[in-house]
Design a protein around this ligand. Structure first.
Ligand SMILES: Nc1ncnc2c1ncn2[C@@H]1O[C@H](COP(=O)(O)OP(=O)(O)O)[C@@H](O)[C@H]1O
Ligand SMILES: [Mg+2]
Length: 241
């Protein structure tokens, strides 16, 4: 049965989708069969980050409403043997999704995929409740700034209340100089706030920004420090599985 990983944040724009597509791409490069699900209904952009925006015909809502079979909404990502994704609906009002819907969908997908990565919407609400329901583990992506950390903290407590025990933190968009000079919260300060472990730090880097705009996961560029960093994060995240 495939493992279901929720990628969440609290605050918007912290890098959930960037992280989801890269972790998915790396797992698939290691030979695992991976399904990415974009649950940011109404504000989807996973298709863009994968360079697959022209291939989306059916989306996850079409599956859940019974409009189409799962297979029709599964899109194989160009350039990868084992990476698939399901797009969110572009319509903001298309939110009639329950926890049960997501559990049934993931239990069906789990027969064929080793990992299912759910890119959650920002904030907490009905849609987030549905997105988190099938998760075996959660990753919270935060930025090293107080508003983002507070929202990540609220999200972590919320996920624990919902019964998710395996929660890891990623600190993204880190400006090393600012952190060294103490102008933004340091790792020890953040580690005090969260119950889960901080399993990775990703620097703010224009190359990451450019890659999301070009629709090619940054880990596809071989031999960079970013690829190495993602490899290490992957080991820490999935060491037990
Ligand atoms: N480490 C990083 N360095 C530079 N830009 C980043 C980094 N991580 C994400 N971004 C950029 O930040 C923006 C928001 O990222 P995104 O993954 O869409 O966030 P979310 O899904 O949490 O809303 C995008 O423009 C993305 O390219
Ligand atoms: Mg997103």
């Amino acid at each position: 049965m495939g493992k279901v990983v929720l990628v969440s944040s609290g605050k918007g724009g912290t890098g959930k989708t960037m992280f989801s597509v890269n972790i998915g791409a790396m797992l698939s490069n290691y030979g695992f069969k991976v399904m990415l699900i974009d649950m940011d209904i109404g504000m989807r952009n996973m298709d863009l980050y994968l360079g697959m925006e022209n291939k989306v015909v059916y989306n996850v809502m079409d599956v859940l409403s019974g409009m189409c079979r799962i297979k029709k909404a599964m899109i194989k990502v160009d350039g990868f043997d084992n990476l698939y994704f399901m797009s969110a609906s572009p319509r903001r009002d298309d939110r009639d999704i329950t926890a049960l819907h997501m559990e049934v969908l993931c239990s069906k997908l789990g027969k064929y995929f080793d990992y299912i990565v759910i890119d959650a919407p920002a904030g907490i609400g009905d849609l987030f409740d549905a997105a988190l329901a099938p998760a075996d583990k959660a990753v919270i992506v935060t930025e090293p700034e107080m508003a983002s950390i507070r929202d990540a903290d609220v999200t972590e407590r919320y996920l624990r209340d919902k019964g998710i025990k395996d929660i890891s933190l990623i600190v993204n968009k880190v400006k090393v100089d600012l952190m060294r000079s103490g102008l933004i919260p340091s790792l020890p300060v953040m580690a005090e706030i969260f119950q889960g472990d901080i399993v990775g730090i990703i620097q703010e880097d224009d190359n990451i920004h450019i890659s999301t705009n070009q629709g090619l996961p940054i880990i596809c560029k071989k031999g960079t420090y970013i690829e190495e960093n993602f490899k290490e994060i992957l080991v820490r995240l999935f060491a037990d599985s």
